[in-house]
Design a protein around this ligand. Structure first.
Ligand SMILES: [Zn+2]
Length: 325
């Protein structure tokens, strides 16, 4: 049953669609989707699913909002700059649809914490890096969950629904497809289009409709749309049940993210209130529900820190001065 008459009117335009209908709307209300990465793709996909009445969303992001994100990350505005993305996105989604459940995690997804995805019916890859994508790929294969790969760069992008028994990401991408650390541009219309295609496929999967596991490629500048059929790779490690990405350990304490140039420090759990008091003697500190921000550093309650620095030495110096060793 739909929750109430109010819900019936809220989703009336969707219920009128024969592809969804009243029954479909009830199905969506009882589904949970995890969105990994709430940036260019994740802000659009999560907003569309929230507006469509998908009952529960899990939002995951490790980063904070920057001014350069505002060109395409549609859940954020000028007031969001500096805030932690997962938390800012959760607040905005709740304003858009207060009927659905939203949880957020300001974490760097690793084999140690990936169980936050456990309760999701479907996982959307809205990340910007291959390392996390391979982790999701292994996890979903092992846990028998569907997920949707998506990526956009410059004026084009890819989307591919990946099912437990079919072709996986490792069948056609390898670790040697290394990303460069060069910053490249991206058109906001392509990120919105790719996320919109990803959200459409998500709705179809949630509704139990037939969805082909093909790699969609769209170049919006040249209006070219292609579907590529990809076969399972014969000696694919993931398909063979060797989940090497789930066994990975973070080896270095300081990691530079290519996408933003920030350094991530994996430190021990901290008492944010105590550190806030300490930092306030030095200047203005901003706090939201799971992080503190001061000068060039954002510190999360699980001990993780993000630091804007030019070198690893500078990042180390900032960390030891403001947090400790
Ligand atoms: Zn495979």
């Amino acid at each position: 049953m739909l929750n109430s008459e109010k819900n019936h009117s809220r989703y009336s335009r969707q219920i009128l669609l024969q592809e969804i209908g009243k029954e479909g709307q009830v199905i969506l209300q009882n589904k949970k989707v995890a969105i990994v990465g709430v940036g260019a793709l994740g802000t659009v996909a999560s907003e569309l699913l929230a507006r469509a009445g998908v009952g529960s969303l899990i939002l995951i992001d490790r980063d904070t909002v920057e001014e350069s994100n505002l060109q395409r990350q549609t859940l954020f505005d000028e007031k969001s700059v500096g805030k932690n993305k997962a938390s800012a996105a959760e607040q905005r989604i709740k304003e858009i649809n207060s009927d659905i459940k939203v949880e957020f995690h300001s974490i760097h997804l690793t084999p140690q914490n990936i169980d936050v995805l456990q309760s999701a019916d479907l996982i959307l890859d809205c990340t910007d890096n291959l390392q996390t994508r391979f982790l999701i790929n292994d996890y979903c294969k092992k846990e028998i969950k569907p997920w949707i790969y998506a990526a956009a760069i410059k004026t084009s992008g890819y989307v591919m629904p990946i099912f437990p028994d079919g072709t996986c990401l490792q069948c056609f991408l390898s670790e040697s497809s290394q990303e460069t650390c060069d910053t490249v541009g991206v058109l906001n219309t392509i990120t919105v289009s790719i996320a919109s295609l990803q959200a459409t496929l998500a709705l179809k999967i949630l509704l139990g409709k037939e969805v082909e596991s093909v790699l969609h490629h769209y170049d919006i500048w040249n209006q070219s749309f292609k579907k590529l059929h990809i076969k399972k790779k014969e000696n694919c490690q993931t398909c063979a049940g060797n989940y090497s990405h789930l066994q990975r350990k973070e080896t270095s304490k300081y990691v530079r993210f290519c996408s933003t140039g920030k350094y991530q420090v994996l430190g021990p759990r901290v008492d944010l209130s105590e550190i806030k008091e300490r930092w306030e003697k030095l200047g203005t500190v901003t706090r939201d529900n799971s992080s503190l921000q001061f000068q060039n550093i954002t510190l999360f309650d699980d001990g993780r820190a993000l630091i804007n620095a030019q070198s690893v030495e500078e990042a180390e110096a900032i960390y030891s001065r403001l947090v400790g060793n």
